[in-house]
Design a protein around this ligand. Sequence first.
Ligand code: HEM
Length: 205
Amino acid sequence: MGTTEKIYFYPVWLRIWHGINALGIIILIITGISMQSSLDSPLIGFSLAVNLHNITGIVILLSYLFFFIGNIVTKNGKYYLIKAKGFFQNPIKQSVYYAWGMFHGSKPPFPLSQKRKFNPLQKYFYVLVMYIAVPIVIITGIALLFPELIIEEAYGFSGLFLTAILHSAVGFFISIFLIIHIYMSSIGKSPFDNFKSIISGWHHL
Ligand code: HEM
């Protein structure tokens, strides 16, 4: 009949969180790289980069708490639950679809619906980023803001050094996630369809 079914996947609170988070993480990546740079003319001056990084880090902490609580008090959290059944098979099926099926006209193995907002691979990545990587970056970031909290030595290494390495490594992982996330978001009805969804709230099936 020419009409496409649409689902209201992204409520206002989630869209606000996502916007603040996306902008914040981009600022953190740019200022983080600037702080590591030893070039004479870095992207942003060192002290501006440090101040911006610290302030944005606190904004990301608050927005993360908003997301975390939002996922507990609304139904959105249920989309992040991983079941033991199909733990390995489902993401493999989805990967095969991305690598082969998608280019050969196969139907998606896990079509989205009111019950399923994410395909299995997407879900694993979102859980990994939102419940492991972002919390690690936030906790290590707070520790680096208050270095007196950090233990002096572990396994012969300075605690400060280990915390800084973990903070940068996981920050790097989030940067890679962001590139993959934006690319994967362009796979849909049309390249911009998912980007419109995260702004309007409505996802076209
Ligand atoms: C310019 C930056 C970004 C763009 C353009 C973008 C784009 C999108 C789009 C189009 C969606 C909806 C489609 C989907 O579920 O895949 C989405 C959802 C999502 N994004 Fe992003 N994103 C950005 C940054 C980020 C960052 C930095 C994170 C986390 C560190 C993130 C985490 C998420 C999560 C968890 C969802 C699912 C939310 C939910 O429905 O519960 N995004 N993003």
